[in-house]
Design a protein around this ligand. Sequence first.
Ligand code: OSB
Ligand code: MG
Length: 374
Amino acid sequence: MIRVEKINLCELQLPLKEPFQISSGEVSMRRVLVVKLIDGDGTVGWGESVAGEQPYYSPETIEGVWIAIRNFIGPRVLGRTFEHPRDVFPALSEDIRGNNMAKAAIEMASWELAATKLSTSLADLLGGSRSRIATGISIGIQQSPAMLVEKARASAAAGYQKIKIKIKPGADVDYVRSVRDALGPDVPLMVDANNAYSLDDIEHLQQLDDFDLMMIEQPLQWDDIVRHATLQAAMRTPICLDESITGPDRAEDMISLGAGRIINIKPGRVGGLAPAMAIHDICERHGIPVWCGGMLESGIGRAHNVALASLSNFSLPGDVSPSSRYWERDIVAPEWTMDSDGFVTVPRNKSGMGVDIDRDWVDELTVRSETFGL
Ligand code: OSB
Ligand code: MG
């Protein structure tokens, strides 16, 4: 049982080791919104919003999430008793449209809070069975094929089990060909277009069918399903949807329309861990594999992703790279690490998310903080 009495939001600014470029924009300073729920008995639950600074991935932004939590989402949990964290998402969603990233930040923190109160690991509370998560890397758009090859080669050598290449028009077929030629046929490769194409590009995209890619992620518009079905019928490479899958209904739409064969599940995008698990279950019933995506999370959001990815149908490597891929110093201890076979270990011998907050470092990075309470 949880009963939240106070919600603290704080914004940290965490510089990325190197700028990360996708077709819709670039980020070099990650503005992280950290959520801390404080229960009536003093227990703390941690979460993180995946919203970006600009609305280039989804309509939500860090500023908007802050306001949505303060005005609409926070008041839905404050002072209310929940028998189980699975009851939180329905309470946040009744009559509140969209705002999935704001909902998710609170919803995920309530699972973390519940796990801590029950003295169980988050992965156990979610019912995940895996002890380690196969890990991939997402490589941003590079200035030349040669620079991309260098990054991809280093990633394969580091043990990553999937290499995802960000593409856009002008940095696609030649870039992917260079990597496939350099790394050989056995390295698992995929691409992510973040909505950079339209159905006018079908012939162009069909060239990617030559490179034996695991999948092409979200080639068409961020909220499209129907056109992806047309594209999937014209391509051998499986389409994986990311942005378009905002909840379980959209997953069903994808499956029934044949708009894709794989889903990238990000709990932050779909409103939290309960809807993420619902999508996982739907996909499992339909034989659709899923993997856990990433949004350049700090060690807090990463903990949630690792716990989620321990569920059975997360059968493909996730974008859950170790802390050192992103940050000089993460805000959790121990930091997230990957072994040389490309696995991240699921922490099970500690209650809650399995890592501690580096409070001094968090304080140093914090640029604003606000607490709402009863
Ligand atoms: O489309 O998956 C994406 C990062 C920011 C916004 C969108 C995406 C991404 C990534 C990064 O691919 C994955 C990671 O966190 O390593
Ligand atoms: Mg993506």
